[in-house]
Design a protein around this ligand. Structure first.
Ligand SMILES: Cc1cc2nc3c(=O)[nH]c(=O)nc-3n(C[C@H](O)[C@H](O)[C@H](O)COP(=O)(O)OP(=O)(O)OC[C@H]3O[C@@H](n4cnc5c(N)ncnc54)[C@H](O)[C@@H]3O)c2cc1C
Length: 341
């Protein structure tokens, strides 16, 4: 006899793709759990760029990442998925006698018939800037993750980095900051249009070959010392905020030991089914790779539909692969719920 609660599917990762998978799995009648190592749902959108606009969500000309997450969480949990937050997936073991998997996290054991991995880039950590004083002023002016633009109102802000994040933060911050300075050691690697906007903006640009040499202050950050690595020229900028946006180190960590086929930190899937090599284990979103893969929310949520539909058929080979239109499925669910009351 089973002593524990067994779920039809467990989704690893509560980013936009995992949340949509949770909605869809619930809509298809699966008893669903969603596990995320972060304390909040929303994935990269909430952890990395809550205050940025997203322009390529069909039907929304532009939407703030944190507003998108609000809707995605409401939708993701609307069909009954159980969220387990602050838990990092560690091991996956098939229990042949029970006919389901045991999925362990650093906090608990979970039991599930199928798994849908939506782990994005894996557990991610911002890359640290190694310069004297930076660690000391973390949380006292030095920040790696921007939670609210308001933090920078009327401040002197220095931003480090040359990719999309650094450039986008500079463009978002300068209208409300007292001064905005962008420091980068190489050429900008951001989207061409953003780089052009940056050049047209009042943001002070120090690149290439400029690096942070030291940060100084007392109770709070007061100055950022920058140097030109070729000439040795030094500049001191007054700063009450330093945003470090030099990228993220991402690692699938324990998922790499599950017997999945991994290529450059991505799980190889069959794009027709989103199946991994493990029976009943599917994957979707940024974590997957296949020929022609795009790492976008729009493509990830489409993959989530494919993964869920194939998980449904894996669980019950007589089930329909295609659920049909949500307009009909959800109306039917609502009618059933009303008649059960
Ligand atoms: C600055 C920036 C701007 C972007 N702009 C756009 C844009 O305009 N349009 C667009 O379509 N895309 C954009 N993207 C990309 C988009 O954010 C990703 O494609 C999207 O977040 C992928 O969603 P996901 O759910 O697959 O993964 P993620 O959002 O990465 O979520 C994965 C989740 O899995 C969790 N996780 C990982 N490993 C484990 C584990 N072992 N156990 C438990 N939980 C785990 C993580 O904590 C995370 O919450 C942008 C990305 C960045 C960084």
């Amino acid at each position: 006899m089973t002593q524990h609660d067994v779920f039809d599917t467990t989704i690893i990762g509560g980013g936009p793709v995992g949340l949509f998978a949770a909605f869809y799995a619930g809509m298809r009648g699966l008893k669903t759990k969603i596990i995320d190592s972060l304390p909040e749902l929303g994935g990269q959108l909430i952890a990395v760029y809550p205050e940025k606009y997203i322009y390529d969500i069909a039907g929304f000309p532009k939407v703030l990442a944190k507003d998108y997450v609000k809707g995605a969480v409401e939708q993701g949990l609307s069909t009954g998925a159980v969220p387990c937050l602050g838990e990092s997936a560690q091991t996956l073991t098939w229990l042949p006698e029970a006919g389901h998997y045991r999925l362990t996290t650093d906090k608990a054991d979970h039991y599930t018939r199928t798994v849908i991995i939506c782990a994005g880039v894996g557990s991610f950590e911002p890359k640290r800037l190694e310069a004297p004083g930076v660690r000391e002023f973390e949380g006292r002016g030095v920040t790696y993750l921007v939670r609210s633009l308001e933090e920078f109102r009327d401040k002197d802000v220095v931003i480090v980095g040359g990719g999309d994040s650094a450039v986008d933060w500079a463009l978002a911050v300068y209208p409300l900051a007292r001064s905005t300075t962008l420091v980068h050691r190489s050429k900008f690697r951001a989207h061409e249009r953003s780089v052009q906007q940056l050049h047209d903006s009042p943001v002070a640009l120090y690149y290439p070959f400029y690096e942070v040499k030291e940060v100084r202050g007392n109770a709070w950050l007061e100055e950022v010392v920058v140097h030109q690595t070729r000439t040795g020229e030094e500049r001191v900028f007054p700063a009450q905020a330093l945003i470090v946006a030099i990228g993220f180190a991402a690692d699938l960590g324990p998922l790499k030991t599950w017997g999945l086929t991994i290529e450059r930190n991505n799980i190889v899937v069959d794009p027709r089914t989103m199946a991994t090599g493990l029976p009943g284990v599917f994957a979707a979103g940024d974590v997957v790779t296949y020929p022609g893969k795009f790492k976008l929310i729009a493509t990830g949520v489409a993959e989530a539909i494919t993964a869920v539909n194939h998980a449904v058929v894996h669980l019950d080979p007589s089930a329909r692969l295609d659920a049909g239109h949500s307009t009909n499925v959800m109306e039917k669910r609502e009618r059933t719920a009303v008649s059960a009351d």
